[in-house]
Design a protein around this ligand. Structure first.
Ligand SMILES: Nc1ncnc2c1ncn2[C@@H]1O[C@H](COP(=O)(O)OP(=O)(O)OP(=O)(O)O)[C@@H](O)[C@H]1O
Ligand SMILES: O=C(O)[C@@H]1CCC(=O)N(CCc2ccc(Cl)cc2)[C@H]1c1ccccc1Cl
Length: 324
C-alpha cells in the first residue's frame, strides 16, 4: 500500500530547501495532528481517548501510556508485545487495527481503530442473555477473528467479553494484546529446526512469557497446570464465552479465584434448564481438560450450532441481528 493508503499515518508538509525550491515532504503524523475528544476508558497503565485526525476528519481511539508508570511497574515487555502483535494482525475486520505508534518525552501513543460501541460485556449485562441468533452471530465473528490470529501465530490468552469491543455498526473488534503470545515462526529457523512449534527460543523467555495467567473465569486448565498456553487455550475461553452469552454468566464462577480454579480443574459446571441443545453440544466439546481433545477451529465452524452462518467476508458485511 502506498503512503496515501497509510493516509492515517503520514501527512505531507511543504518546505523550502536550500536552493529555494518548495519540497513536499512526507512526515509521520504526531499527536498534534489530532483533536482529542472524550475519554473512552482507563486501563491499569493506560488511558484511551477518542481523537479526530484534523486533516481527514477520521476518528480514532488513541491509547496513551505514561512512560514513567510503565517503567516503574515493569510493563515495558507488555508494551512491546502489544505493538508486535498488533503489527502482525492488520488484515482482519475483527481485530482492532493499530495505524501507528507515536511518542513524546512523557507518553507513548497507539493510534487504533475506534470501537465506539463499547464492550460486548456491557451489552450482555444490559440484555441479561443473548438469544441463539445473536450468540451465533457474535460467536461466529469472535471465532473468525481467533482463527485469523492463530493463522498469524498469535495466541490471545485473555479472551473474554470485556476484550471484545464493538464498532459503530455493532461488529466485533478484539483488543488487549499486551498479554498475547507470538509463536516462533517455524519457517524463520529454516528447515529441520529442532524447535517444536509453540516453544520459544530460550527457557528464560519461556518462563516469563508463560508466567502470565489470564482472567480467572476464562483461564484454561493447562495454564493452571503450569504448562504452556496453546491455541486451544483460546478455544477453551471461546467455549466459556458461548456459554456466557446464552446463560448470562460464565460456566466457572465461584466466590474467589482459588475456588474458581478448582471448578475449572474439576470441570465442575452445569447447564441451566433450557440451554439450547446444539450450543450445549458445542460447549461440551470445547470445555475439555485435555487441549488436544478440544474441537479445532474448522470443526467448530462446521458444528451444527453455526449451521446457516456464512463464514468469510459475508460475515463482516451483513447487518448484525438486533439485540433483543
Ligand atoms: N480501540 C478502542 N476503542 C474504544 N474503546 C477502547 C479501545 N481500546 C480500549 N478501549 C476502552 O478503554 C478502556 C481501557 O482499555 P485499555 O486496553 O487501555 O486497558 P484495559 O486492557 O481495559 O485495562 P488493563 O490494562 O487493566 O487490562 C477499556 O475499558 C476499553 O473498553
Ligand atoms: O515500536 C515502536 O513503534 C516504537 C519504536 C521506537 C520507540 O522508541 N518506541 C518506544 C519504546 C518504549 C517502550 C516503553 C517505554 Cl516505557 C518507553 C519507550 C516504540 C513505541 C512508540 C510508541 C508507542 C509504543 C512503542 Cl513500542
Amino acid at each position: 500500500e502506498d503512503w496515501r493508503e497509510r493516509g492515517a499515518a503520514m501527512s505531507t508538509r511543504q518546505e523550502v530547501d536550500s536552493s529555494g525550491q518548495v519540497q513536499t515532504r512526507l512526515v509521520k503524523k504526531g499527536v498534534k495532528d489530532f483533536n482529542f475528544g472524550r475519554t473512552l476508558g482507563e486501563g491499569s497503565y493506560s488511558t484511551v481517548l477518542a481523537a479526530t485526525d484534523r486533516q481527514n476528519l477520521k476518528e480514532y481511539a488513541i491509547k496513551v501510556l505514561d512512560k514513567r508508570h510503565i517503567i516503574k511497574e515493569k510493563k515495558v515487555k507488555y508494551v512491546n508485545i502489544e505493538r508486535d502483535t498488533l503489527n502482525r494482525l492488520t488484515e482482519h475486520p475483527g481485530v482492532v487495527r493499530l495505524y501507528y505508534t507515536s511518542q513524546d518525552e512523557r507518553s507513548l501513543y497507539f493510534v487504533l481503530d475506534l470501537a465506539s460501541g463499547g464492550e460486548l460485556l456491557g451489552v450482555l449485562k444490559k440484555m441479561g442473555t443473548f438469544d441463539v441468533e445473536c450468540t451465533q452471530f457474535y460467536g461466529a465473528q469472535i471465532l473468525d477473528s481467533v482463527a485469523y490470529m492463530h493463522s498469524r501465530g498469535v495466541i490471545h490468552r485473555d479472551l473474554k467479553p470485556e476484550n471484545v469491543l464493538l464498532d459503530r455498526s455493532m461488529h466485533t473488534k478484539i483488543t488487549d494484546f499486551g498479554t498475547a503470545k507470538i509463536l516462533p515462526d517455524p519457517k524463520a529457523h529454516g528447515a529441520g529446526n529442532n524447535i517444536t512449534p509453540g516453544s520459544p527460543i530460550d527457557g528464560a523467555e519461556e518462563d516469563r512469557a508463560n508466567s502470565f495467567v489470564g482472567t480467572a473465569e476464562y483461564v484454561s486448565p493447562e495454564l493452571l497446570n503450569r504448562s504452556n498456553a496453546c491455541k486451544a487455550s483460546d478455544l477453551w475461553a471461546f467455549g466459556c464465552i458461548i456459554y456466557q452469552l446464552l446463560a448470562g454468566r460464565p460456566p466457572f464462577k465461584a466466590a474467589n479465584e482459588y475456588l474458581t480454579f478448582q471448578k475449572i480443574l474439576n470441570l465442575e459446571y452445569s447447564f441451566p434448564d433450557g440451554f439450547p441443545a446444539a450450543a450445549r453440544d458445542l460447549v461440551e466439546r470445547l470445555l475439555v481438560l485435555e487441549p488436544a481433545n478440544r474441537l479445532p477451529v474448522d470443526h467448530i465452524m462446521s458444528h451444527e450450532f453455526f449451521d446457516g452462518v456464512q463464514w468469510g467476508k459475508e460475515l463482516w458485511r451483513q447487518k448484525p441481528p438486533r439485540l433483543k
